[in-house]
Design a protein around this ligand. Structure first.
Ligand SMILES: [Zn+2]
Length: 606
């Protein structure tokens, strides 16, 4: 591993603001000193995920995940510590310094995955403009895509060979593990060798929001090939559900107008974008899901769905529409002629026609009802339709939006609003019953806080009081309690790190405490301690704090010291029965006894 210099790490920590980092992916609302939003680590409908910018930490009251800006990036992007540091350095424009004696071979695997994708993108691009790539280039130019556009989006070509890419990759630079993980290759059954995944395909690089290429989508040039499009599989750097094609290029324009046109394909995107309508993004690769919706929500309030005009496109529109609606977005539908997709439409009509269609696009619910209502005039058909709608509506998060939709439906279907509301309530009730078990299974992998005995509780509470930032209190505690006094397997490890930091006068701030190689379980406990400690500061006065500290110390020492004294006493008695020499044990006993009395009287004197 290349070691990032301590100086750089300090710079990153000083600059990386947890609120800033989290707000990029989670919609947050301020409530007092904290900000709340929907947890990105577990699925939830009401916000239990909080950020405390003053302390520099985040915490989820639902799943228990917590940490600082760096741990957030690690968890969210599923990357290692060093990678997270690099990501943040890039974001805040900090030039990283490395300690000497590192080279490419020792780089982190994620960094190598990014590099490999860069290299592959370069090779594909070069091939598009080579002899072998001529048919691909002709195909693209015939469709009206200019060289400038192809360059802007780094579009390339994978030749019709099994080993074209793999031959051009330097095996000394990229280990076979990295090659396998990249998703750019498939392993051949015989002889253990890797072959190119993409062959005879136009290659569309997919970028993440930081502007790094993380995957490819490939369109075949072979009319016999069944899979018209082939995409990279999920990899450590490619999270399909959170990635939208083209967003890296269009995000600023989208953010300015708070409006995005969502299309399905790469060529749809390129056509719309190059027609001067730049607030466009594509959902290529996977069906739209709530992760995509949340990413879009960071940039836009209104999404105009513009999928293919055919049946499949319309079905996809319905699904995507409800997904976006449930996340509280204003969803509009752009209805293209049956035989068209955005690409073909814009090759026939002027951009102005497209814009006109966009401006007159109806609201999603309106469109949905109009589409189905005609065919459902009998009472049974109508009530089945309402049933279906109600099921979807109950998942709309915002109650105001929900009420609005109910009104719409009532009006459009000529029904009484109360009837629909009653139905919504019934579904919500049923869901509540069902969701308890669902939530439980969802959390089954999450660590569990095991604070069972009185001593567990005392240790946990004492650690909380140690972290409220009062030196006098800290001194009082560490005088009487040392690490070996902790019994709980997890709390003991946390205590050990806290004591080590006290001794070396290192950072004891909540955000700083997360910077340690904690296990998931330890971090889960630490998070609880920090969060509860924070509320302690507010609710306790000085006298109460010291009284609590004394109580917990007494419980812990009673367990530790008291237990040792009792055990020693039994040993002495047995030794006396056997007429053995007990002098050393007696000495030890009186030493322990003396210490116990000392502490007790100190505690009582307070
Ligand atoms: Zn959570």
């Amino acid at each position: 591993m290349p070691k990032i210099s301590n100086n750089s790490i300090q710079q990153i920590k000083a600059r990386a603001d947890v609120l800033d980092v989290v707000a990029e992916v989670v919609q947050l609302k301020q409530r007092g000193r904290n900000y709340f939003g929907l947890c990105p680590f577990h699925e939830e409908k009401t916000p239990s995920f909080s950020v405390n910018p003053a302390l520099g930490i985040f915490h989820c009251f639902g799943c228990g995940k917590g940490g600082n800006a760096i741990t957030f990036v690690m968890e969210y992007e599923k990357i290692e510590y060093v990678e997270a540091l690099k990501r943040l350095a890039e974001r805040y424009g900090i030039q990283l310094e490395y300690e000497k004696g590192t080279d490419d071979l020792q780089k982190g695997e994620t960094a190598l995955l990014y590099e490999l994708h860069d290299v592959a993108m370069g090779i594909y691009q070069k091939q598009l403009f080579s002899d072998k790539g001529r048919p691909a280039l002709e195909y693209l130019e015939n469709r009206g895509f200019t060289k400038a556009l192809l360059n802007q989006f780094s579009i390339g070509y994978a030749t019709d060979e099994w080993d074209s890419l793999i031959r051009q990759i330097d095996p000394k630079r990229f280990s076979s593990k990295v090659l396998e993980q990249s998703g750019l290759f498939v392993s051949a059954k015989e002889r253990n060798r890797l072959l190119d995944r993409f062959r005879n395909r136009i290659m569309f690089p997919i970028f993440n929001l930081a502007g790094r290429v993380v995957a490819f989508g490939g369109r075949t040039l072979d009319p016999q090939e069944e899979a018209k499009y082939l995409n990279s599989p999920e990899t450590p750097i490619y999270f399909k559900s959170g990635t939208l094609y083209g967003l890296e290029h269009s995000k600023n324009v989208i953010q300015q107008g708070k409006e995005a046109i969502l299309v399905e394909g790469y060529t749809d995107f390129l056509r719309v974008y190059s027609s001067g309508i730049e607030n466009v993004v594509a959902s290529s690769g996977t069906a739209l899901n709530f992760h995509h919706a949340r990413v879009l929500k960071r940039f836009a309030v209104k999404i105009i769905l513009c999928y293919d005009g055919d049946d499949a496109g319309q079905k996809a529109t319905e699904r995507a529409g409800f997904v976006l609606l449930k996340e509280g977005l204003d969803v509009r539908i752009m209805q293209l002629p049956l035989e068209d997709d955005p690409d073909s439409y814009l090759s026939k009509y002027a951009p102005d026609e497209f814009r006109k269609l966009q401006q007159s696009s109806p609201e999603f619910i309106d469109w949905f009802i109009r589409k189905y209502a005609e065919a459902r005039q009998t009472p049974t058909a109508k009530s089945q339709f309402v049933e279906q709608l109600v099921t979807e509506i109950t998942e709309v998060q915002n109650p105001v939006t929900r009420d609005f939709i109910i009104k719409e439906i009532a009006e459009k279907l000529n029904l009484r609003e109360e009837r629909i509301i009653a139905q919504v309530r019934r579904v919500l009730r049923q869901r509540k019953v069902g969701s308890i078990s669902a939530v439980k299974s969802d959390f089954s992998t999450a660590p569990e806080l095991r604070i069972v005995t009185g001593i567990d509780r005392a240790e946990f509470e004492l650690l909380k009081l140690m972290l409220i930032g009062e030196d006098e209190l800290l001194h009082f505690i560490t005088e009487k309690i040392t690490v070996p006094n902790f019994q709980h397997v997890v709390l003991k490890n946390i205590a050990e790190e806290i004591y080590r930091r006290i001794q070396n006068q290192e950072d004891l701030s909540p955000a700083g405490l997360y910077d340690h190689g904690w296990t998931d379980e330890e971090r889960f406990y630490l998070s609880k301690i920090i969060i509860e400690s924070e509320s302690n500061v507010e609710s306790l006065n000085d006298e109460e704090k010291i009284r609590l500290v004394m109580d917990y110390i007494t419980v812990m020492l009673n367990e530790n010291l008291g237990k040792s004294i009792r055990e020693l006493r039994i040993k002495i008695r047995e030794a006396e029965k056997l007429k053995q020499n007990t002098s050393s044990m007696v000495e030890e006993h009186s030493k322990l006894q003396k210490r116990w009395y000392e502490i007790k009287s100190q505690l009582q004197r307070r």
